[in-house]
Design a protein around this ligand. Structure first.
Ligand code: DUC
Ligand code: ZN
Ligand code: ZN
Length: 468
């Protein structure tokens, strides 16, 4: 036998091409692409299906310590299970530096949480919250060599944010070592001021979360992050962009020669601030940061996906249970939006939403779908061409999509640990019906055919944008 598995009769889709081809797989790798292949233990008939690279979601929060009795709804097992059913084969999650400790210590703890738990492959971004000279001068360069080639910094949240001088120092260290820096852009001082004002007026319902974090606070911080990156000539990613004003900052920076990539997420295409104004405390289900904006912002984000302002479409899966004292409706959260944990689930619905609202509705073509959902993530974060494409030598991480399958998204068909989905009742056209991880079928229809622990940890090369 030449192959372990042949996928026959399907339409192969990459970020650049669409063609009829069989796909031969051996030892977990794609080893042949040809009009007709024979000689395998297993034949998968993909007639009528798209054969696409498995999704790579480069913005996922799992098992993240959240403090104050708040517990994230997904650990590595449930989060990666949910991701697999959503057509993904790799997720990049965040390893948060505990203030006062080293990055290595946080990584030791985080690896222990993932070890033996994952259904798909995982890799970690670092989150730098305490950029001491040891962390930036010694640890970070060594960690980049060890395959931790990206990091995130926050401009908001009192306990996470870095000052501008700390951001500059972190960017400078990242440039020297070739790490790619993701930036959460919101102006903390403005937000804290607005939260205080709303609370003083007794305006404590979930909808005031959105009013406390206006587009101007995101735009200003985006401009500042881009300026700081320009000053030290460092490549950055502006993550979870929600509106046109922030997009314009990215475009302006690019015109000046800035090295910037943009990311947006499903919530900015489908939700608005009005969702936070639901009856009772239901609006808490939609509390995330930056918050969803308005219809015009949704249009802007679609334009950004079409025109290339955004290279990345990620879920920002950051799940908390709703009806739970350790989630959205914790005792303090019921009293003020300030204490509602920020984040919503979405790792399983990201790709069906982009396929249905994007490809099926004619907003983007199928190749752009692959670029936005897989290939660009692999390129940005140093996994290409092992991941993110259908090519000889690549890992056989493949999602078979039925472009005609109609589904209604409800929480009971999903596999995450949250007790709700923000997209309850959304009808979609197009669904991943089979997923292969390194050649092995792990999702077949509604069944998990793989095993917990089959997912590997992936050390990464430097980003294609930061290679020295
Ligand atoms: N930033 C994220 O990236 N995810 C959830 C919450 C946040 O502020
Ligand atoms: Zn963020
Ligand atoms: Zn996030």
């Amino acid at each position: 036998m030449h192959f372990d598995t042949i996928i026959k009769n399907g339409t192969v889709v990459t970020a650049s091409d669409t063609f009829q081809s069989d796909v031969g797989i051996r030892d977990g790798k794609i080893t042949a692409l040809a009009a007709s292949l024979d000689g395998a233990e297993e034949i998968i008939d993909a007639a009528g299906l798209y054969v696409m690279p498995g999704g790579i979601d480069s913005h996922v929060h799992l098992a993240q310590p959240s403090g104050d009795g708040i517990v994230m709804a997904d650990d590595f097992a449930s989060g990666t299970l949910s991701a697999a059913f959503g057509g993904n084969t790799t997720v990049l999650t965040f390893c948060m530096q505990e203030k006062g400790t080293t990055l290595r210590q946080s990584l030791t703890d985080y690896h222990a949480k993932a070890e033996g738990e994952c259904y798909i492959d995982v890799s970690f971004h670092l989150v730098v919250t305490d950029p001491t000279s040891y962390v930036l001068g010694q640890e970070l360069p060594a960690l980049v060599e060890d395959g931790y080639t990206s990091l995130k910094v926050f401009m908001t949240y009192d306990n996470l944010r870095l000052r501008d001088d700390q951001i500059l120092e972190t960017l400078d260290s990242a440039r020297s070592s070739g790490a790619l820096v993701m930036v959460h852009c919101e102006n903390e001082d403005a937000i804290r001021y607005l939260i205080g004002k709303h609370e003083q007026s007794g305006d404590v319902a979930p909808k005031f979360h959105a009013l406390s974090r206006p587009a101007a606070a995101e735009r200003e911080a985006t401009h500042r992050a881009l300026s700081l990156a320009e000053i030290v000539d460092t490549s950055i990613v502006i993550v979870h962009v929600s509106n046109r004003q922030a997009m314009e900052e990215i475009e302006r920076a690019r015109k000046r020669g800035g090295k910037v990539a943009g990311e947006t997420c499903p919530q900015y295409l489908l939700l608005t601030a009005d969702d936070l104004d639901a009856a009772e405390l239901e609006g808490a289900k939609f509390v995330c940061s930056p918050p969803p904006r308005d219809k015009e912002s949704q249009i802007a984000c679609w334009e950004g996906l079409q025109t290339g302002v955004f290279e990345l479409f990620s879920s920002d899966h950051c799940p908390f249970r709703y009806d739970d004292a350790s989630g959205k409706l914790n005792e303090k959260g019921k009293r003020s939006f300030r204490w509602i944990p920020n984040g919503i689930p979405g790792v399983e619905t990201r790709l069906p939403i982009l396929f249905s609202e994007g490809v099926s509705k004619g907003r983007i073509d199928i190749n752009r779908f692959v670029a936005l959902s897989s290939t660009n993530h692999a390129k940005q974060y140093g996994l290409y061409p092992q991941k993110g494409t259908i090519a000889i030598g690549a890992d056989a991480d493949i999602a078979l999509w039925d472009p005609r399958k109609e589904m209604t998204i409800t929480n009971d068909i999903l596999h995450h640990g949250a007790d709700y989905t923000p997209y309850e009742g959304l009808e979609v056209v197009g669904w991943p019906v089979r997923v292969l991880l390194r050649g092995r079928t792990i999702v077949d229809g509604a069944s998990m055919t793989g095993t917990r622990g089959q997912g590997a940890y992936l050390p990464r090369k430097r980003s294609s944008r930061t290679r020295l």
